[in-house]
Design a protein around this ligand. Sequence first.
Ligand SMILES: CC(C)(COP(=O)(O)OP(=O)(O)OC[C@H]1O[C@@H](n2cnc3c(N)ncnc32)[C@H](O)[C@@H]1OP(=O)(O)O)[C@@H](O)C(=O)NCCC(=O)NCCS
Length: 179
Amino acid sequence: MGGTDDAEPATAAAAVRRPRARRSPARAADAALRVRPVRQTDLPEVIALDATVTGLHKADYWQRVYRRYGVAGQGLRHFLVAEAEGRVVGFVIGEVRDWEFGSPPCGWVFAIDVDPRARQRGIGTRLLAGMRERFERVGVDMLRTLLARENTLLLSFFRSQGMTAGRLIPLEIRIGDAP
Ligand SMILES: CC(C)(COP(=O)(O)OP(=O)(O)OC[C@H]1O[C@@H](n2cnc3c(N)ncnc32)[C@H](O)[C@@H]1OP(=O)(O)O)[C@@H](O)C(=O)NCCC(=O)NCCS
């Protein structure tokens, strides 16, 4: 997941299952929300949305992500957007990885972002549910992600989706440092 480079990450995992029912009546307002695969024409909005979180306008990076997860992403790679009233209000990116990190095939969520003006209305939940459904379709029963330990917002969100600390631990070294 995104976050600061120096952040200590934490892994989280969940069996693929339906999120709990939404509680707030305000979420009825999002009935018109649609979660669908990204299109090339969405990229300017995705780039702008990402910039609200990262502060960086990474057009080249997003073109590469689109080529890998948007155009080529069928079956195992997914780049989904949430659209409301013709506007992109969130996105999620994920991929099934086969027998990497010594694990049976599982679905990884790499990035999730909701427009700050549209948060806490169930959109993040809908995006993650869209990813869960796609992973389920190919027989995957585990969803994982990696996030910065101090990103309490993301941690609260993933926890609310039933995710808990997983059995993998991240290791890292600054390249060039002596072992
Ligand atoms: C995390 C994020 C995706 C949540 O999206 P959202 O649409 O607001 O999420 P939802 O409305 O579906 O919230 C689901 C649950 O998450 C938790 N949650 C959401 N926002 C929260 C907040 N500000 N504080 C605490 N918990 C929160 C709650 O448990 C909530 O359930 P509830 O409303 O029934 O209490 C969104 O806040 C976001 O994009 N944050 C920035 C993420 C980021 O850093 N991305 C870059 C790295 S990939």
